[in-house]
Write a protein that binds this ligand. Structure first.
Ligand SMILES: [Zn+2]
Length: 220
């Protein structure tokens, strides 16, 4: 089950019941940016088809990090540029077996099979700290705010809409899973310094900056 939420002109979150996941879309005049692709190729294809109901411009993909649910849906988007942090590739696929076993244990055999069969699509475009992409009439910035959820988290800033896609650095509906507790608070500071009006977590509903600050204070 999935549904769109429009967060600003041409800026969308797509919410999934499964894993309470949130994928993103930013539409420019010439290109659109797809933020994460889902956990298997069926979800990726569903997401791609849903995007095609909104826009026909070519897409670029950005992966917020290497956890399976954020990138194993990339294949249906190809051919296209796939952006990620330079440390993302090394981490991709590491959690696949664990999650296949988890799905089997939960008797979600179809999900297990889809994850097992999904093609690992490595990023084609890497960056270290920050890169700005021109979507045509609108610029978006991909940034690595330091280690937090992983050592290669990417956030996507859409300044003209005041929207920030935070990947799993922020979660709504569950506490964030923090891989680097000593570094995570400063990564959150980096994100809040952009003064986003809306922050889109990798899991859960879009929130405001005050929610993120509270999450930071409670967890640090
Ligand atoms: Zn994650």
């Amino acid at each position: 089950m999935a549904r769109w939420t429009e967060l600003g002109e041409g800026v969308y979150a797509r919410r999934y019941t499964h894993l309470d996941q949130t994928l993103g879309l930013v539409v420019g005049a010439e290109r659109c940016l797809v933020v994460d692709t889902g956990g298997d190729e069926v979800q990726g294809a569903e997401f791609a088809a849903a995007i095609r109901e909104i826009t026909t411009v070519p897409w670029l993909v950005v992966l917020t990090h290497a956890h399976f649910d954020h990138h194993f849906g990339t294949k249906p988007f190809l051919p296209c540029p796939v952006w990620a942090h330079e440390r993302c590739r090394a981490a991709m696929g590491a959690d696949r077996e664990t999650w296949v076993e988890t799905f089997r244990r939960e008797h979600k055999h179809e999900l297990a099979r889809l994850l097992e069969e999904a093609e690992l699509v490595p990023p084609s475009h890497l960056f270290t700290a920050e890169v700005t992409l021109d979507l045509g009439g609108r610029k978006v910035t991909l940034l690595h705010p330091g280690r937090g959820h992983t050592d290669h988290d990417v956030a996507v800033h859409v300044p003209d809409a005041g929207v920030l896609f935070a990947g799993d650095l922020v979660e709504q509906g569950a506490p964030p899973e923090i891989g680097y507790p000593a570094d995570w608070p400063s990564a959150i500071d980096e994100l809040l310094a952009l003064h986003p009006g809306t922050v889109v977590p990798g899991h859960g509903e879009p929130v405001d900056a005050a929610f993120v600050r509270r999450q930071q204070v409670t967890r640090s």
